[in-house]
Design a protein around this ligand. Structure first.
Ligand code: COA
Length: 273
């Protein structure tokens, strides 16, 4: 376990957990925390065995958003400092959005502003049913910025994104699933177990296959069908090269021997030994 000032990082084999740890301020992101997140991501990047990164918060908040005092109010009269604090925030968001490992947001409570964005850039979001999501920016006279509008536009429909950005109305974790902001909502008492089960399933998969699946998804949403087919074939050949054709040599061989059913479970390299 590595403890940064307001962020804790634990790496356990294939799984890294980044915990925002400033519960007395609802895990609002002050400049030190933005730097802490960068430092945690750097440490995770150096560990090539990590397949999954879980992001969560301590206490009753996932993340209350940008620290409104430390990031906006206090540095406002110094444009350089104001911009530096914003750049620090958006630069870790860019890194996390493009992160090679699978990212899972475990939303345990309040989820506003930059916290809303943090959940929105993760690949998978598991939330407690009674967590509270919101783009509250309109309530202090601005709009969701720094990537938050992008997240709303890419996860929610136009009608829903605009409704919640324009009204600043919050919604529950249960509603977040219907709105496209979360993958699954569970009772708060079951949140840890639900995330652990999904993480265990992911950790059991081939690391190159996980990474390539993310890359192919990101490219596919920007390409037309014909170009996506070309890209997907090229990526299949690249993945086959990286894994020395493991899917043919091991997985499909095991399927032939009826050792597993790929529609229902993963193959096991152990089964060959
Ligand atoms: N920035 C700075 N401080 C924040 C914060 C933020 N985004 N969110 C919460 N805090 C601080 C509060 O000021 C308070 O500090 P204090 O104890 O020193 O007075 C502490 O966290 C606890 O918050 P409090 O408001 O007392 O808790 P609550 O349970 O009544 O309400 C929220 C929780 C999340 C609804 C409320 O704090 C809130 O609206 N926060 C702002 C959320 C937001 O709009 N974020 C968008 C930022 S871009």
């Amino acid at each position: 376990m590595t403890s940064f000032t307001h962020v804790e990082l634990a790496i356990d084999a294939a799984v890294a957990t980044i915990r925002l740890n400033r519960p007395e301020k609802k895990n609002a992101l002050n400049p030190e925390m933005h730097q802490n997140i960068h430092d945690a991501l750097t440490e995770v990047e150096h560990d090539k065995s990590v397949k999954v990164v879980v992001v969560t918060g301590t206490g009753d908040a996932f993340c209350g958003g940008m620290d409104l005092e430390k990031c906006f109010l206090e540095p406002f009269d110094d444009p350089e400092q104001f911009d530096a604090s914003n750049q620090l925030a958006v630069s870790w968001s860019r890194r996390l959005k493009a992160f090679p490992a699978v990212t899972v947001a475990k939303v345990n409570g309040w989820c506003f502003g930059h916290g809303f964005q943090l959940a929105g850039i993760c690949d998978i979001v598991i939330t407690s049913e009674d967590a509270v999501f919101g783009m509250s920016e309109i309530n202090f006279g601005i709009f969701p910025g720094g990537g938050t509008m992008w997240v709303a536009a890419h996860n929610m429909t136009r009608k829903q994104a605009l409704y919640y950005a324009l009204t600043g109305e919050s919604f529950s974790g249960r509603e977040a699933v219907a709105l496209g902001m979360a993958t699954r909502a569970v009772p708060a008492a079951e949140l840890d177990a639900a995330v652990d089960a999904i993480v265990a399933s992911l950790a059991n998969k081939n690391v190159h296959a996980l990474r390539t699946t993310k890359q192919v998804y990101e490219s596919a949403i920007d390409l037309d069908f014909a170009k996506s087919i070309d890209m997907e074939l090229a990526k299949l050949y690249e993945l086959s090269y990286r894994t020395e054709n493991e899917w043919i040599r091991s997985a499909l061989e095991q399927f032939k021997r009826k050792a597993y059913r790929p529609g229902l479970q993963s193959y096991s390299l152990e089964a060959e030994r």
